[in-house]
Design a binder for this molecule. Structure first.
Ligand code: SF4
Length: 370
């Protein structure tokens, strides 16, 4: 049976962070109620029409801040998914949460509804840095949320950001120390991108790219020392704790996204739901649709780009079998140079980027003209 992942977008937050341009905001209960009713309608219609012969192997509730809404919204939707689709017995079910809104009652309700993984946005272990970027929590509140999540579901991930205003190398060291001591099974590390129109951009803050690179390499080595393996450019996990839902994105597995701004890849077609919440509530759904023939150059390029994000890299034999061409033919001299620079590795018929190469992934892809 074919497998697919399900993504649900929850566009609600307790407050808006200074750097954030995600589709999320602060709304009243009437909007939340209308939103989840619309989302449930979409799930039911999709299940009736299109999910035949496929099994759900991962569900990911992201946002926004899923923990900012009453738990029954999430548990009701999970119940509906369980009734609407075939769910694999070991389905990974993740919800994102923020420290200020994750309570014991909510975490226990999630666990009863089948959630077996919680991903918490910590971003920094420094209260001063957290205040500067407008986060609604302190590091102490994060520690409490991590305990609550661990007691409820056991498998807990956390996010850290780099190149934040006022952040130092020792802040990064503290964050990694705090997360590993809190028993996180998985840690995501992202560099801040200052998005147009956000309060942070308007404040004139420009991240120092060299500092960001140093912080990334420090975080990476500290995480590896503590037993976390970098399995994708931004993601580190204890053995066996990789996020299966995200691995599906990089493998080009099928997934269907429900809710405002959600993206999907299904039946060789990429499509996205409108990012306008008012339009969504008014009945607007898919705004872009793009079919990618399975053996086309575009499918081949996507396969290469996505695989090179991961530590496993690109399986050259599988690629040749599927696309009938050699992805590295004619690139021998470019590859030799990149290997000498310690940026790529070519072993066991696999092409992958080294940790140093992952940090400059886009540059390498341009140099190899994939
Ligand atoms: S909690 Fe997350 S989604 Fe919400 S405003 Fe902050 S960064 Fe954006």
């Amino acid at each position: 049976m074919k497998k697919f992942g399900v993504y649900l977008h929850v566009p609600f937050c307790a407050s808006k962070c200074a750097y954030c341009d995600f589709v999320s905001g602060v709304y009243g209960e009437d909007v939340k109620k209308a939103y989840f009713a619309a989302l449930s309608g979409d799930i039911t219609r999709f299940a009736e029409r299109q999910a035949n012969g496929r099994t759900v192997t991962s569900i990911y509730i992201g946002g926004g801040t899923p923990s900012s809404v009453d738990a029954h919204y999430l548990t009701d939707v999970l119940g509906l998914i369980g009734r609407s689709f075939v769910i694999s017995s070991n389905c990974e079910i993740t919800t994102e949460a923020n420290p200020e809104s994750l309570t014991r009652e909510k975490a226990e309700a999630y666990a009863r509804a089948g959630v077996n993984r919680i991903s918490i946005g910590m971003q920094s272990a420094s209260d001063e840095v957290l205040a500067r970027i407008g986060r609604a929590h302190t590091s102490e509140r994060f520690v409490r949320a991590a305990e609550i999540a661990t007691a409820a579901v056991g498998n807990v991930s956390a996010d850290v950001m780099l190149a934040l205003p006022g952040q130092t190398m020792s802040d990064v060291e503290n964050a990694v120390g705090l997360l590993s001591e809190a028993g996180m099974s998985h840690i995501s590390v992202y560099s801040l991108k200052v998005e147009e129109g956000t309060p942070l951009q308007k404040s004139g803050y420009v991240p120092d790219e060299d500092a960001a690179a140093d912080m990334y390499s420090l975080a990476r080595s500290l995480l590896e020392e503590r037993g976390y393996k970098g399995y994708e450019v931004s993601n580190f996990a204890q053995p066996g704790k990789e996020c299966l839902h995200n691995v599906g994105y990089w493998d080009r597995s099928e997934y269907i996204g429900f809710g405002v701004s959600a993206h999907s890849f299904y039946d060789d077609t990429r499509f996205a739901v409108t990012s306008d919440l008012t339009a969504y509530l008014g009945g607007v759904r898919v705004t872009e649709k793009h079919y990618i023939p399975p053996e086309s150059d575009e499918a081949a390029e996507e396969t290469i780009m996505l695989a090179l994000r991961t530590s496993r890299g690109l399986d050259l034999s599988a690629f040749r079998r599927k696309f009938g061409r050699d992805p590295i033919a004619g690139k021998e001299s470019g590859l030799a140079l990149l290997r000498r620079e310690g940026l790529v590795s070519l072993t066991d018929d696999r092409l992958s980027l080294t940790p140093k190469g992952l940090y400059v992934m886009n540059e390498i892809i341009v140099r190899l003209a994939f």
